[in-house]
Design a protein around this ligand. Structure first.
Ligand SMILES: [Zn+2]
Length: 332
């Protein structure tokens, strides 16, 4: 008797195998069952070995959709496989992450990375562009390139400094080039690649000069950019508007997503959006009450305690969160 393991199909890390027996008469049904179970167990351990091979940061979200979850709340990178090629969402926190992402993509598919969508232009999402482009075409919202060029002007020596962080970082920066998006859309854009559709939506005044939410309607997955955080205070620059951020969250909730992937932090469900809505509600209520009592901004910063955020990271950002709420409450 011979047992033949035939590879039938490959989709991403998932390989379909069929088991066939020759000279069936020599094998009892019972023996066949045992052999099939042994083969299945082997296949399952092979599958988990494949999953482990992708590295500890990679989480499978759905068939052909993965997230490289940034270490210690560093930025996430979405990996969307299609029949035509790969779409990446952000390029990893730093070039060492970008190299790990590229290695994982190469294990998942022989197809090229066609597009890289920036959820925002900050360096912790874009420094690794050069690892993927070309061939990847980079897409961001209008203003992304200008924001990146501004940062580049204001922080001379940034890359040399980054290279000095470790030997690994220096190696990962080999061939570094400053690469800005080739395509800048306004307000909304639809990207059809292979069997997938990705809808890009501008998020106004949420975090940077050019934030993009990405919605995959068939898969019911939303990438929120930095509009929401997971147990961590966001960094609210002076142009950030909490009412605009709440509108963005409301829009993403209206999609009725099954999976919510934040710019930083673990992927989850719509609870991520609910929690953020609740946080901003509590923050605004707290600031409003103290303003009504005639308290100054400085007094509010000293007195305000925001329920439910005791275990959040980034407490140094609480003052700029309070300032954003104060701007909204007093209408400045
Ligand atoms: Zn940012």
């Amino acid at each position: 008797m011979a047992i033949v393991l035939n590879k039938v199909d490959t989709h991403g890390a998932f390989q379909v195998w069929s088991l066939s027996f020759s000279n069936d008469r020599e094998v009892s049904m019972r023996a066949k069952l045992v052999l099939a179970l042994v083969a299945l167990a082997g296949l399952l351990s092979f599958q988990s070995a494949v999953a482990q091979d992708l590295g500890p940061q990679i989480q499978k979200i759905k068939d052909g959709i993965y997230v490289y979850v940034g270490k210690n709340l560093n930025s996430n990178c979405g990996i969307v496989l299609t029949q035509e090629g790969v779409v990446l969402i952000d390029s990893g926190h730093s070039p060492t992450d970008s190299r790990e992402i590229l290695a994982a993509v190469k294990k998942l598919t022989p197809l090229p990375i066609l597009y890289l969508i920036d959820t925002e232009p900050h360096p912790d999402h874009t420094t690794g562009h050069f690892v993927f482009a070309p061939p990847a075409m980079i897409i961001g919202h209008h203003g992304a390139g200008e924001s990146m060029r501004g940062r580049e002007r204001d922080t001379p020596g940034r890359i040399e400094k980054l290279a000095g962080a470790s030997a690994e970082m220096r190696a990962a920066l080999q061939g570094y080039r400053f690469v800005t998006p080739q395509v800048e859309y306004r307000d909304k854009m639809t990207l059809n690649v292979g069997e997938r559709t990705l809808e890009l939506y501008y998020l106004k005044n949420v975090h940077s000069e050019a934030d993009t939410a990405i919605w995959l309607p068939k898969e019911r997955i939303v990438f929120t950019a930095a509009s929401v955080t997971v147990k961590r205070f966001g960094n609210h620059r002076t142009f950030v508007s909490i009412p605009d951020t709440l509108s963005g969250i409301k829009m993403m909730k209206s999609f009725n997503p099954e999976v919510v992937i934040p710019g930083h932090g673990d992927p989850g469900t719509v609870k991520i959006l609910d929690d953020m809505e609740k946080y901003y509600g509590n923050l605004m209520d707290g600031v409003r009450q103290l303003v009504k009592q005639g308290k100054s901004l400085d007094e509010i910063k000293k007195e305000l305690k925001i329920a439910g955020t005791e275990d959040w990271a980034g407490k140094d950002r609480i003052p700029n969160n309070i300032e954003a709420a104060y701007r909204a409450v007093v209408g400045k």
